[in-house]
Design a protein around this ligand. Structure first.
Ligand SMILES: C[S@@+](CC[C@H](N)C(=O)[O-])C[C@H]1O[C@@H](n2cnc3c(N)ncnc32)[C@H](O)[C@@H]1O
Length: 218
């Protein structure tokens, strides 16, 4: 396992933490957790506030390809792929790479980029509908924290099972009590979150041997 910031080239997202905290209540959280239209393309209070393809994942795709030495003919899976932007960009950056995605959001999958139609599966990260070691690489970015701890363990076991350990997972975390407080006022959908030591304990318990990094809101 190695800590590696594979999202380092993603542009910094401006977050109005105070506005989110003020607009957040049980109803907003419940709607966000449906991962439907409001989460993706509704007001910012409910999630992304309009998520459209703009190519920002292309340099990330390039870094992922280099990090894992991916080549044409290899198979890669993005667990929690949303609208499939990274799946599309992985194929743009490495022609012949066989890229797939899986997500629980029917709305995201039915609003995907045309290049990934037929490549995105509807399902849950804790029960992946694929054989053991069926991918050369598995990614899961900002998704596993949407489970309770026991189901997050199952999701990590599933990622390990289908990847054989050649994988990258990024999850919500914080390094200081101040960052934890900011995170808690921002968060809508995450059910389990912890300091890196807590996540590393969970990864070890799951038998996960892949790479990882943290999403930290500052
Ligand atoms: C913060 S978004 C991240 C999307 C994308 N990976 C990215 O980084 O832009 C969280 C994603 O997790 C998906 N998700 C939530 N629960 C899930 C589950 N049980 N199984 C698979 N995907 C899930 C959501 O639909 C959404 O696409």
């Amino acid at each position: 396992m190695a800590e590696v910031d594979l999202l380092r080239s993603l542009p910094h997202t401006e977050r109005d933490v105070q506005r989110r905290a003020e607009g957040k209540d049980e109803t907003v959280v419940a709607i966000a957790k449906q991962f439907g239209e409001m989460y993706w393309d509704g007001p910012r209070q409910y999630g992304y506030g309009g998520y459209r393809y703009d190519g920002r994942w292309r340099p990330v795709a390039r870094d992922i390809i280099a990090h894992f030495g991916l080549r044409p003919g290899m198979r890669i899976l993005d667990v929690g792929c949303g609208k499939g932007f990274l799946v599309k960009d992985l194929m743009l950056e490495c022609s012949g790479l066989d890229a797939f995605g899986l997500d629980i959001s029917l709305y995201a999958l039915t609003h995907c980029e045309k290049e990934v139609v037929g490549r995105l599966h509807l399902g849950s990260a804790d029960k992946l509908p694929f054989p053991d070691r069926s991918f050369d690489c598995v990614l899961s970015i900002n998704t596993v924290h949407n489970f309770s701890r026991p189901r997050a363990v199952q999701a990590m076991q599933e990622i390990q099972r289908v990847s054989g350990g050649r994988a990258f997972v990024q999850v919500d975390s914080y390094l200081t009590p101040e960052q934890k407080e900011i995170f808690e006022s921002w968060v809508l959908t995450a059910e389990f979150h912890d300091y890196p030591e807590g996540w590393l304990k969970l990864f070890r318990e799951s038998g996960y041997t892949g790479d990882y990094y943290w999403t930290i809101i500052e």
